[in-house]
Design a binder for this molecule. Structure first.
Ligand code: SF4
Length: 376
Protein backbone atom coordinates (compact mmCIF):
# COMPACT_ATOMS: atom_id res chain seq x y z
CA UNK A 1 0.00 0.00 0.00
CA UNK A 2 1.43 3.39 -0.92
CA UNK A 3 1.91 6.04 1.72
CA UNK A 4 1.01 9.67 1.42
CA UNK A 5 3.29 12.40 2.81
CA UNK A 6 0.60 13.20 5.37
CA UNK A 7 0.64 9.66 6.76
CA UNK A 8 2.40 9.06 10.01
CA UNK A 9 2.90 6.25 12.51
CA UNK A 10 2.21 6.36 16.23
CA UNK A 11 4.17 4.22 18.68
CA UNK A 12 2.98 3.77 22.27
CA UNK A 13 5.49 2.35 24.75
CA UNK A 14 3.93 0.37 27.59
CA UNK A 15 6.85 -0.08 29.99
CA UNK A 16 5.79 -3.11 32.01
CA UNK A 17 6.56 -6.81 32.08
CA UNK A 18 5.88 -9.43 34.72
CA UNK A 19 9.53 -10.53 34.61
CA UNK A 20 12.63 -9.34 32.83
CA UNK A 21 14.08 -11.83 30.32
CA UNK A 22 17.83 -12.32 30.61
CA UNK A 23 18.63 -10.84 27.19
CA UNK A 24 16.28 -7.85 27.33
CA UNK A 25 17.62 -4.28 27.41
CA UNK A 26 14.35 -2.42 26.78
CA UNK A 27 13.25 0.22 29.23
CA UNK A 28 10.64 -1.42 31.44
CA UNK A 29 9.41 -1.83 35.01
CA UNK A 30 8.09 -4.94 36.72
CA UNK A 31 4.29 -4.79 36.48
CA UNK A 32 2.50 -3.60 39.63
CA UNK A 33 -1.20 -2.59 39.58
CA UNK A 34 -0.75 0.82 41.24
CA UNK A 35 2.11 1.84 38.94
CA UNK A 36 0.20 0.68 35.87
CA UNK A 37 -2.88 2.65 36.90
CA UNK A 38 -0.71 5.77 37.42
CA UNK A 39 0.94 5.21 34.03
CA UNK A 40 -2.44 4.92 32.32
CA UNK A 41 -3.43 8.31 33.73
CA UNK A 42 -0.06 9.83 32.76
CA UNK A 43 -0.32 8.53 29.20
CA UNK A 44 -3.78 10.07 28.76
CA UNK A 45 -2.27 13.37 29.92
CA UNK A 46 0.58 13.03 27.46
CA UNK A 47 -1.90 12.47 24.62
CA UNK A 48 -3.68 15.67 25.58
CA UNK A 49 -0.36 17.61 25.86
CA UNK A 50 0.85 16.39 22.47
CA UNK A 51 -2.50 17.24 20.92
CA UNK A 52 -2.11 20.84 22.12
CA UNK A 53 1.34 21.01 20.49
CA UNK A 54 -0.28 20.35 17.11
CA UNK A 55 2.63 18.06 16.13
CA UNK A 56 0.20 16.00 14.11
CA UNK A 57 -1.89 18.78 12.66
CA UNK A 58 -2.99 17.79 9.17
CA UNK A 59 -1.56 14.30 9.54
CA UNK A 60 -3.32 10.94 9.43
CA UNK A 61 -2.27 7.91 11.45
CA UNK A 62 -1.53 5.10 9.01
CA UNK A 63 -0.33 2.79 11.78
CA UNK A 64 -0.52 2.57 15.56
CA UNK A 65 1.80 0.24 17.41
CA UNK A 66 1.51 -0.61 21.12
CA UNK A 67 4.89 -2.08 22.09
CA UNK A 68 6.95 -2.47 25.21
CA UNK A 69 7.59 -4.05 27.56
CA UNK A 70 4.50 -6.15 27.29
CA UNK A 71 1.45 -4.00 26.51
CA UNK A 72 -0.88 -6.75 27.68
CA UNK A 73 0.62 -6.43 31.17
CA UNK A 74 -1.92 -3.58 31.29
CA UNK A 75 -5.57 -4.68 31.67
CA UNK A 76 -7.21 -5.13 28.26
CA UNK A 77 -9.89 -2.53 28.99
CA UNK A 78 -7.17 0.08 29.71
CA UNK A 79 -5.46 -0.70 26.39
CA UNK A 80 -8.83 -0.46 24.68
CA UNK A 81 -9.59 2.92 26.28
CA UNK A 82 -6.15 4.25 25.26
CA UNK A 83 -6.70 3.20 21.67
CA UNK A 84 -10.15 4.77 21.62
CA UNK A 85 -8.71 8.01 23.01
CA UNK A 86 -5.97 8.06 20.36
CA UNK A 87 -8.45 7.50 17.55
CA UNK A 88 -10.74 10.18 18.93
CA UNK A 89 -7.78 12.60 19.16
CA UNK A 90 -6.13 12.21 15.76
CA UNK A 91 -7.50 11.30 12.34
CA UNK A 92 -6.79 7.64 11.75
CA UNK A 93 -6.92 5.96 8.37
CA UNK A 94 -9.84 3.56 7.97
CA UNK A 95 -7.26 0.99 6.86
CA UNK A 96 -4.71 1.74 9.59
CA UNK A 97 -2.65 -1.18 10.82
CA UNK A 98 -3.09 -1.27 14.62
CA UNK A 99 -0.75 -3.64 16.42
CA UNK A 100 -0.52 -4.77 20.01
CA UNK A 101 2.36 -6.86 21.34
CA UNK A 102 1.38 -9.61 23.76
CA UNK A 103 2.98 -12.28 25.92
CA UNK A 104 1.30 -15.55 24.94
CA UNK A 105 1.35 -16.89 28.51
CA UNK A 106 -0.52 -13.94 29.97
CA UNK A 107 -3.50 -13.28 27.70
CA UNK A 108 -6.83 -15.04 27.59
CA UNK A 109 -9.55 -15.11 24.98
CA UNK A 110 -11.65 -12.52 26.80
CA UNK A 111 -8.75 -10.02 26.80
CA UNK A 112 -8.11 -10.69 23.13
CA UNK A 113 -11.78 -10.13 22.31
CA UNK A 114 -11.68 -6.77 24.15
CA UNK A 115 -8.60 -5.76 22.12
CA UNK A 116 -10.10 -6.84 18.80
CA UNK A 117 -13.34 -5.05 19.62
CA UNK A 118 -11.41 -1.82 20.39
CA UNK A 119 -9.88 -1.87 16.90
CA UNK A 120 -6.54 -3.64 17.22
CA UNK A 121 -6.22 -5.61 13.98
CA UNK A 122 -2.71 -7.05 14.28
CA UNK A 123 -1.24 -8.95 17.20
CA UNK A 124 2.40 -9.78 17.80
CA UNK A 125 3.17 -12.58 20.24
CA UNK A 126 6.63 -12.95 21.74
CA UNK A 127 6.95 -16.70 21.23
CA UNK A 128 10.82 -16.60 21.30
CA UNK A 129 11.20 -20.40 21.02
CA UNK A 130 9.06 -23.47 20.47
CA UNK A 131 11.15 -25.63 22.81
CA UNK A 132 10.39 -25.48 26.55
CA UNK A 133 14.01 -26.27 27.36
CA UNK A 134 15.08 -22.86 25.93
CA UNK A 135 12.93 -20.85 28.31
CA UNK A 136 14.95 -21.09 31.56
CA UNK A 137 18.14 -20.07 29.73
CA UNK A 138 16.34 -16.95 28.49
CA UNK A 139 14.76 -16.20 31.86
CA UNK A 140 11.48 -16.55 29.99
CA UNK A 141 8.36 -17.59 31.90
CA UNK A 142 5.51 -19.70 30.52
CA UNK A 143 5.42 -22.73 28.25
CA UNK A 144 5.49 -23.35 24.53
CA UNK A 145 1.98 -24.75 24.79
CA UNK A 146 0.75 -21.26 25.75
CA UNK A 147 1.77 -19.88 22.35
CA UNK A 148 -0.49 -22.29 20.47
CA UNK A 149 -3.40 -21.56 22.80
CA UNK A 150 -2.92 -17.80 22.43
CA UNK A 151 -2.68 -17.94 18.62
CA UNK A 152 -5.85 -20.03 18.33
CA UNK A 153 -7.69 -17.74 20.76
CA UNK A 154 -6.58 -14.65 18.80
CA UNK A 155 -7.84 -16.18 15.59
CA UNK A 156 -11.16 -17.10 17.18
CA UNK A 157 -11.83 -13.49 18.19
CA UNK A 158 -11.02 -12.20 14.70
CA UNK A 159 -7.29 -11.51 14.43
CA UNK A 160 -6.08 -12.68 11.03
CA UNK A 161 -2.84 -10.69 11.05
CA UNK A 162 -0.71 -12.54 13.61
CA UNK A 163 3.03 -12.13 14.09
CA UNK A 164 5.23 -14.47 16.08
CA UNK A 165 8.65 -13.33 17.32
CA UNK A 166 11.49 -15.83 17.65
CA UNK A 167 15.10 -15.58 18.80
CA UNK A 168 17.89 -17.81 17.57
CA UNK A 169 21.34 -18.63 18.87
CA UNK A 170 20.01 -19.14 22.40
CA UNK A 171 22.28 -20.73 25.01
CA UNK A 172 22.41 -24.48 24.36
CA UNK A 173 20.28 -24.25 21.19
CA UNK A 174 21.51 -26.48 18.35
CA UNK A 175 20.74 -26.15 14.64
CA UNK A 176 18.42 -29.12 15.02
CA UNK A 177 16.60 -27.43 17.93
CA UNK A 178 16.15 -24.30 15.85
CA UNK A 179 14.86 -26.24 12.86
CA UNK A 180 12.31 -27.86 15.16
CA UNK A 181 11.26 -24.43 16.46
CA UNK A 182 10.72 -23.07 12.94
CA UNK A 183 8.76 -26.15 11.87
CA UNK A 184 6.59 -26.05 15.01
CA UNK A 185 5.93 -22.37 14.57
CA UNK A 186 4.74 -22.89 11.01
CA UNK A 187 2.04 -25.30 12.23
CA UNK A 188 0.41 -22.26 13.87
CA UNK A 189 0.04 -20.54 10.44
CA UNK A 190 1.05 -16.99 11.40
CA UNK A 191 0.91 -14.28 8.72
CA UNK A 192 4.23 -12.75 9.79
CA UNK A 193 7.35 -14.03 11.54
CA UNK A 194 10.21 -12.02 13.03
CA UNK A 195 13.44 -13.92 13.73
CA UNK A 196 16.10 -12.10 15.71
CA UNK A 197 19.64 -13.29 16.27
CA UNK A 198 20.38 -13.22 19.99
CA UNK A 199 22.82 -10.45 20.80
CA UNK A 200 24.38 -9.57 24.12
CA UNK A 201 23.21 -6.18 25.24
CA UNK A 202 24.94 -4.18 27.96
CA UNK A 203 23.44 -4.21 31.44
CA UNK A 204 21.49 -7.41 30.94
CA UNK A 205 21.56 -10.57 33.01
CA UNK A 206 22.89 -12.38 29.92
CA UNK A 207 25.85 -9.98 29.67
CA UNK A 208 26.62 -10.60 33.34
CA UNK A 209 26.40 -14.37 32.91
CA UNK A 210 28.75 -14.29 29.91
CA UNK A 211 31.21 -12.10 31.82
CA UNK A 212 31.20 -14.61 34.68
CA UNK A 213 31.59 -17.56 32.31
CA UNK A 214 28.23 -18.90 33.43
CA UNK A 215 27.08 -19.10 29.82
CA UNK A 216 28.71 -18.80 26.42
CA UNK A 217 28.05 -15.99 23.93
CA UNK A 218 26.16 -16.85 20.72
CA UNK A 219 28.21 -18.69 18.09
CA UNK A 220 28.23 -16.45 15.02
CA UNK A 221 28.62 -19.25 12.47
CA UNK A 222 25.83 -21.24 14.09
CA UNK A 223 23.56 -18.20 13.93
CA UNK A 224 24.36 -17.79 10.21
CA UNK A 225 23.47 -21.45 9.64
CA UNK A 226 20.24 -20.92 11.55
CA UNK A 227 19.45 -17.87 9.45
CA UNK A 228 19.97 -19.89 6.27
CA UNK A 229 17.62 -22.62 7.52
CA UNK A 230 15.05 -19.99 8.44
CA UNK A 231 15.09 -18.37 5.03
CA UNK A 232 14.77 -21.71 3.26
CA UNK A 233 11.96 -23.11 5.44
CA UNK A 234 9.97 -19.90 5.45
CA UNK A 235 10.33 -19.44 1.69
CA UNK A 236 9.00 -22.97 1.18
CA UNK A 237 6.08 -22.08 3.45
CA UNK A 238 5.20 -19.02 1.34
CA UNK A 239 6.86 -16.27 3.35
CA UNK A 240 8.89 -13.53 1.71
CA UNK A 241 11.83 -12.12 3.57
CA UNK A 242 11.42 -8.37 3.24
CA UNK A 243 13.81 -7.15 5.93
CA UNK A 244 16.84 -8.67 7.60
CA UNK A 245 14.80 -10.16 10.47
CA UNK A 246 11.28 -10.13 9.03
CA UNK A 247 9.24 -12.50 6.88
CA UNK A 248 5.65 -12.09 5.75
CA UNK A 249 2.94 -13.75 3.74
CA UNK A 250 1.76 -11.69 0.76
CA UNK A 251 0.34 -8.31 1.89
CA UNK A 252 1.27 -8.90 5.56
CA UNK A 253 4.55 -6.97 5.80
CA UNK A 254 4.37 -4.77 8.89
CA UNK A 255 3.40 -1.29 7.72
CA UNK A 256 4.48 0.36 10.94
CA UNK A 257 8.00 -1.03 10.83
CA UNK A 258 8.25 -0.33 7.09
CA UNK A 259 7.69 3.30 7.99
CA UNK A 260 10.84 3.24 10.18
CA UNK A 261 12.94 1.59 7.50
CA UNK A 262 11.76 3.82 4.67
CA UNK A 263 12.29 7.23 6.29
CA UNK A 264 8.67 7.80 7.31
CA UNK A 265 7.69 9.99 10.24
CA UNK A 266 6.43 8.74 13.57
CA UNK A 267 5.52 9.99 16.99
CA UNK A 268 6.31 8.03 20.14
CA UNK A 269 4.32 8.23 23.36
CA UNK A 270 5.24 6.78 26.76
CA UNK A 271 8.56 6.61 28.62
CA UNK A 272 11.60 6.07 26.35
CA UNK A 273 9.52 6.28 23.14
CA UNK A 274 11.34 7.85 20.19
CA UNK A 275 9.93 10.21 17.55
CA UNK A 276 11.00 11.46 14.15
CA UNK A 277 9.04 14.45 12.90
CA UNK A 278 9.77 17.35 10.56
CA UNK A 279 13.45 16.46 10.30
CA UNK A 280 13.98 16.16 14.08
CA UNK A 281 14.55 13.17 16.30
CA UNK A 282 13.44 13.35 19.89
CA UNK A 283 12.85 10.93 22.70
CA UNK A 284 10.88 10.72 25.90
CA UNK A 285 12.46 10.31 29.33
CA UNK A 286 13.25 6.64 30.01
CA UNK A 287 12.09 6.76 33.60
CA UNK A 288 8.51 6.21 34.67
CA UNK A 289 8.59 8.48 37.72
CA UNK A 290 10.24 11.38 35.87
CA UNK A 291 7.92 10.87 32.89
CA UNK A 292 4.84 10.97 35.15
CA UNK A 293 6.10 14.02 37.04
CA UNK A 294 6.64 15.86 33.75
CA UNK A 295 3.19 15.27 32.30
CA UNK A 296 1.54 15.97 35.68
CA UNK A 297 3.35 19.31 35.52
CA UNK A 298 1.88 19.95 32.05
CA UNK A 299 5.27 19.57 30.34
CA UNK A 300 6.15 17.29 27.44
CA UNK A 301 8.32 14.45 28.81
CA UNK A 302 10.95 15.04 26.13
CA UNK A 303 14.60 14.51 26.99
CA UNK A 304 16.51 15.43 23.85
CA UNK A 305 15.88 16.83 20.41
CA UNK A 306 18.22 16.72 17.42
CA UNK A 307 17.60 18.47 14.15
CA UNK A 308 19.13 16.19 11.53
CA UNK A 309 21.28 17.71 8.81
CA UNK A 310 20.66 16.71 5.20
CA UNK A 311 23.72 14.45 5.38
CA UNK A 312 22.43 12.75 8.54
CA UNK A 313 19.04 12.16 6.93
CA UNK A 314 20.68 10.65 3.86
CA UNK A 315 22.85 8.42 6.03
CA UNK A 316 19.85 7.17 8.02
CA UNK A 317 17.93 6.51 4.81
CA UNK A 318 20.82 4.36 3.60
CA UNK A 319 21.38 2.46 6.86
CA UNK A 320 17.68 1.68 7.29
CA UNK A 321 16.89 1.27 3.58
CA UNK A 322 19.57 -1.37 3.10
CA UNK A 323 17.88 -3.49 5.78
CA UNK A 324 15.04 -3.96 3.31
CA UNK A 325 15.46 -6.73 0.76
CA UNK A 326 14.27 -4.37 -1.99
CA UNK A 327 17.34 -2.21 -1.27
CA UNK A 328 17.67 1.51 -2.03
CA UNK A 329 17.69 3.64 -5.18
CA UNK A 330 21.17 4.04 -6.64
CA UNK A 331 20.54 7.79 -6.65
CA UNK A 332 20.19 7.81 -2.84
CA UNK A 333 23.85 6.87 -2.45
CA UNK A 334 26.00 9.87 -1.73
CA UNK A 335 29.56 8.43 -1.74
CA UNK A 336 31.91 10.66 -3.71
CA UNK A 337 32.82 7.85 -6.11
CA UNK A 338 29.49 6.12 -6.00
CA UNK A 339 29.81 3.83 -8.99
CA UNK A 340 33.29 2.66 -8.06
CA UNK A 341 32.24 1.96 -4.46
CA UNK A 342 29.21 0.01 -5.63
CA UNK A 343 31.33 -2.00 -8.10
CA UNK A 344 33.82 -2.85 -5.35
CA UNK A 345 31.10 -4.06 -2.99
CA UNK A 346 29.50 -6.06 -5.82
CA UNK A 347 32.90 -7.66 -6.57
CA UNK A 348 33.21 -8.64 -2.88
CA UNK A 349 29.81 -10.33 -3.04
CA UNK A 350 28.27 -7.86 -0.59
CA UNK A 351 25.90 -6.04 -2.96
CA UNK A 352 23.70 -6.72 -5.97
CA UNK A 353 23.18 -3.71 -8.20
CA UNK A 354 21.32 -2.80 -11.37
CA UNK A 355 20.69 0.52 -13.12
CA UNK A 356 18.14 1.64 -10.55
CA UNK A 357 18.73 -0.03 -7.20
CA UNK A 358 21.31 -1.64 -4.99
CA UNK A 359 20.56 -4.31 -2.41
CA UNK A 360 22.53 -6.43 0.01
CA UNK A 361 23.30 -10.00 -0.95
CA UNK A 362 22.65 -12.67 1.71
CA UNK A 363 26.39 -12.49 2.48
CA UNK A 364 26.21 -8.68 2.59
CA UNK A 365 23.33 -8.80 5.09
CA UNK A 366 25.83 -10.02 7.70
CA UNK A 367 27.69 -6.73 7.32
CA UNK A 368 24.77 -4.38 6.65
CA UNK A 369 26.01 -1.47 8.76
CA UNK A 370 29.59 -1.68 7.42
CA UNK A 371 28.35 -1.71 3.82
CA UNK A 372 26.11 1.29 4.49
CA UNK A 373 29.04 3.22 5.95
CA UNK A 374 31.11 2.56 2.83
CA UNK A 375 28.37 3.87 0.61
CA UNK A 376 27.95 7.06 2.52
S1 SF4 B 1 8.77 -10.10 27.62
FE1 SF4 B 1 9.80 -8.92 25.98
S2 SF4 B 1 9.94 -6.82 26.74
FE2 SF4 B 1 9.46 -8.13 28.52
S3 SF4 B 1 11.43 -8.61 29.42
FE3 SF4 B 1 10.99 -10.27 27.99
S4 SF4 B 1 11.90 -9.63 26.02
FE4 SF4 B 1 11.82 -7.81 27.36
Amino acid sequence: MSRSEADIGLYVHIPFCRHRCHFCAFYLEIAQPDRMAAFHTALTREISLVYRQAFLHGRTLQSIYFGGGTPTALPADQLASLLRLIRATWPTSATAEITVEAHPSFVNQHDLAVLADAGFNRISFGAESMADKDFPAMGRVGQVHDTGIAVHAARRVGFSNINLDLMYGLPGQSLRDWTHTVESLLTLSPSHISCYALTIEEDTRLAQDVARNLTVPPDEQLQLDMEAVTEQFLAEAGFSRYEISNYAKLDYACRHNLLYWSGGEYLGLGPSAQSYLQGSRFGNIADLEAYTACVNDDRLPMTDRTVLSTAERQRDALVFGLRLLRGVPRTSITAAERDRQIDELVAKGLLDADHDRVRLTSFGRRYADTVAEQLF
